[in-house]
Design a protein around this ligand. Structure first.
Ligand code: ATP
Length: 249
């Protein structure tokens, strides 16, 4: 088996009385698409923040490319492309300005690829970020996350509230291509139908604990009932009791 890009061991995180992560352990080898699924509040963003070094492990350990992301943020983050749920881009910048500004932070920034994505995503270089639609902002965020050709792409709820065309861009064209190039994608979602279309491996999280983590094909096979393969939604409900798209974990 190839080396793990992300290795999390017995990670626990509390916010006051809330246990956001409860002794979570996951090990993700490179070159695959990992779907992190759970309802709102299940702990997905908290886990992602630890992977990005934005939160320090209170208990347990987090390693990304074999490194501690809190101790070595530049070494880790320079190899990660990240699209957050909020996708908070500087509204006062122009599309072209933001592309040039961001490129300065990444030695491996690929100008030609950035331009290719800008055209494919139909982003006007002169437009101000604040004037872009939600879908255009998502495309912009994705461009920024992709154009330095990261070894690991992390997408936190990439398609929440987005129109089907942007979802297709993100899920179809981008995610699969990255994994096919031997790079790694981790994306969180409560939309299990979308995860099912693109993930190689699925990790289900509920109330801060991992309830299932396995290759999608294995999950399907092991849940086969009388020859019928249930949907990922059905499998999730069987383990957790409520659908991932329900309002609360
Ligand atoms: P969502 O999709 O709604 O973002 P999630 O699965 O990403 O959900 P988290 O954001 O990781 O869930 O939250 C897990 C739990 O930790 C929730 O109960 C949340 O309210 C709590 N939590 C997260 N961050 C904080 C914080 N900074 N302060 C207090 N509680 C927090």
């Amino acid at each position: 088996m190839s080396e793990s890009v992300i290795s999390v061991s017995e990670l626990t995180r509390r916010f006051g009385a809330t246990t956001a992560l409860d002794s979570v352990s996951v090990s993700l080898p490179r070159g695959a698409v990992y779907g992190l699924v759970g309802a709102n509040g299940a702990g997905k963003t908290t886990l992602i923040k630890h992977i990005l070094g934005l939160l320090r492990a209170e208990r347990g350990s987090v390693r990304v490319f074999g490194l501690d992301p809190v101790a070595e943020p530049v070494a880790v983050l320079s190899r990660i492309g990240y699209l957050s749920e909020e996708n908070d881009l500087p509204g006062w910048m122009g599309v072209d300005e933001l592309i040039r500004y961001t490129s300065a932070f990444y030695p491996k920034w690929d100008d030609a690829y950035a331009e290719e994505l800008r055209r494919a995503f139909a982003l006007d270089p002169a437009a101000k970020i604040k004037d872009l639609s939600r879908g255009q902002k998502a495309r912009m965020g994705l461009l920024i996350a992709l154009a330095h050709r990261p070894e690991l792409l992390v997408l936190d709820e990439p398609s929440s509230g987005l129109d089907p065309i942007v979802r297709r861009d993100i899920l179809g064209a981008v995610i699969r291509t990255i994994a096919d190039e031997g790079r790694t994608v981790l994306f969180s979602s409560h939309l299990l139908q979308e995860v099912e279309q693109v993930a190689d491996h699925v990790t289900m999280i509920h109330q801060g604990a991992i309830v299932l983590s396995a290759p999608l094909d294995d999950i399907r096979e092991s849940h086969r009932i009388a020859g019928r393969v249930p949907s990922l939604d059905e499998i999730f409900v069987a383990h957790v009791g409520t659908p991932a798209s329900a309002a609360d974990a």
